[in-house]
Design a binder for this molecule. Structure first.
Ligand code: ADP
Ligand code: MG
Length: 254
């Protein structure tokens, strides 16, 4: 068995009186793909944001590659990390958003080069070279000098994936990466994610694409009401769900 790359342990998170995560446990092994399913409002985005420490958790803890996220432990107490340390941790955790969030004023190539140069202090030439390799990998080698607005949604999302990879993250988090796309553009983005899965990239993918989950996921997690209701290999969770809530959800999305 490979090592645990992402370890989510008893995580609770409320917004005011609303409990959004109510004791989430999740383990993702290095090189594995976990697909998170769940109805709107079940806490999927909050969970991903917590892994990246974009949300602070109220209790529980999250580890990535053996390192506590957002805190350091001293004896049996946790101390919050300084912003600079959090930013360093975040460079190891790639995030792909529903709406791409590319820098509109930068070219495709510059979008990929910016963070490695500013956050990792890579020499620009070296960053450009690896950016071009990544663009080739997502099928956009010929669009390096385009601006995001000149690309289709599917192309923009492929650039966003390449940009996340440019920091050589330990894990990639995808929050509904195809939900904002026209149906005919969904496939090209899923193909890129599938390709990454084949090369052993550790990923957590929130999506409603059940076919993709069936084909690519090592583990499918069904989140509802801020708890993991059910998890297991796709053939178990998707084809023989044990919980009525999972069955009810699947009957709506399949
Ligand atoms: P999902 O991604 O599964 O649709 P979210 O994690 O986005 O669910 O949200 C879960 C619940 O938490 C929703 O009811 C949402 O309104 C609420 N929520 C999320 N973020 C915030 C926030 N920053 N402030 C207040 N409520 C929030
Ligand atoms: Mg969401």
């Amino acid at each position: 068995m490979s090592e645990v790359m992402v370890d989510v342990h008893g995580v609770h998170k409320s917004f005011g009186p609303q409990q959004v995560l109510r004791g989430v446990d999740l383990r993702v092994r290095a090189g594995e793909v976990t697909v998170v399913l769940g109805p709107s409002g079940s806490g999927k985005s909050t969970l991903l944001r917590a892994i990246n420490h974009l949300e602070k958790v109220d209790s529980g803890w999250i580890g990535v590659d053996g390192e506590l996220i957002g805190y350091r432990r001293s004896g049996d107490r946790l101390y919050e990390l300084k912003e600079k340390e959090v930013l360093r941790q975040r460079t190891g955790i790639g995030f792909v958003f529903q709406n791409f969030r590319l820098f509109p004023h930068l070219t495709v190539l510059e979008n990929l080069v910016e963070a490695p140069v500013s956050a990792l202090r890579r020499p620009r030439g070296q960053a450009e070279e690896s950016a071009r390799r990544l663009l080739d990998r997502v099928g956009l080698a010929d669009r390096a000098d385009a601006f995001p607005r000149q690309l289709s949604g599917g192309q923009q999302q492929r650039v966003a994936i390449a940009r996340a990879l440019a920091l050589e993250p330990k894990v990639l988090l995808f929050d509904e990466p195809t939900s904002a796309l026209d149906p005919e553009l969904v496939g090209e983005v899923l193909d890129v994610i599938k390709d990454l899965a084949g090369t052993g990239t550790t990923m957590i993918v929130v999506t409603h694409e059940i076919g993709f989950a069936r084909e690519v996921a090592d583990t499918v997690v069904f989140l509802d009401g801020g708890v993991v209701v059910e998890q297991g290999p796709p053939e178990a969770v998707l084809d023989a769900p044990r919980h009525a809530r999972t069955r009810a959800f699947l009957s709506k999305v399949l």
